[in-house]
Design a protein around this ligand. Sequence first.
Ligand SMILES: CC(C)(COP(=O)(O)OP(=O)(O)OC[C@H]1O[C@@H](n2cnc3c(N)ncnc32)[C@H](O)[C@@H]1OP(=O)(O)O)[C@@H](O)C(=O)NCCC(=O)NCCS
Length: 287
Amino acid sequence: MAAIEREPPSSIEGSSPNRPQMFHRISDNAIDESSDADSDFVKLQKTISKERREARESPQARLQRAFPFTFHPNIRPLSTSDYESCIALENAAFPDPEHRATPEKFLYRLSTCPELSLGVLCTVVPDKAKNWTIETLDAAKPVETDRPNGAKSVLVAHIVSTRCAGDTITDKDMDYPKDWRIRRGRSADVGHQESGRTVAMHSLAVAPKLHGCGIGQMIAKAYLQQMKDAGVADRVALICQDYLVSYYERLGFKCIGKSPAQFGGGGWHDMVIDLAKYEVKVGKTPS
Ligand SMILES: CC(C)(COP(=O)(O)OP(=O)(O)OC[C@H]1O[C@@H](n2cnc3c(N)ncnc32)[C@H](O)[C@@H]1OP(=O)(O)O)[C@@H](O)C(=O)NCCC(=O)NCCS
């Protein structure tokens, strides 16, 4: 990847560039062995942490509880026919309306570069889902027309992207040409840049009901692998708020620093992954 290191965000100054201190979660497995604490105390802390971790519900168990059907994810690129499902998912997943892509942006992105999108869809049979619902159910399309059980293909996660010319995402990349319907492929100075070598990942969203089940990691890993295998770009970039920096680091992204993007009120960090170096890390993903 080109040299795009920037100053780390001021709030994380003085911390390691790869694992800024403010993103360390004081979690069950964060035990301070550097202090003067005697070894018996550290041993006790470790035992308690291990017990807590073991007692915590696994992503698979959470998934079974949240999705009480057989989970056979169909992972495929999206198209404009998935537009309503994407809007429903985006609205459900992003609590802050300023952080959502607008319906018009979705239509633009799904029309202009559908090959840069990916969805996770699951089959739901309405008769078996009488007491179960999800925000994308109403917009779901039949798996096949005339299937007797009326099975629907329900969107549970999506990634929607464009290409950008720089190594990181700017407000211009987040925007779209207002006259895109009549441009017919002519380039514009905002939105998708056909010759860009960076995939600008705008939306990664998982249906709230299925958060914490490993679906976010599953779609992100599948997406990065597809982008790498297709050779369509050199890197994938995104912007995220503080609390998701460590989430993306775990996928292999590097935090480059504060983003100048002011989209949705600003406060973003630039995250970039070099596809040439990307290797899928085996982790907890739903089977
Ligand atoms: C962020 C998001 C995509 C994660 O998807 P997910 O399917 O819930 O995440 P996973 O189950 O793959 O997460 C696995 C790990 O990430 C952690 N994680 C998930 N969401 C997190 C969050 N919002 N903040 C911090 N950590 C988070 C989980 O605690 C879990 O850690 P563990 O393995 O130690 O238990 C999802 O929460 C979402 O759609 N959020 C709203 C939209 C959004 O903010 N998108 C990102 C835009 S940059």
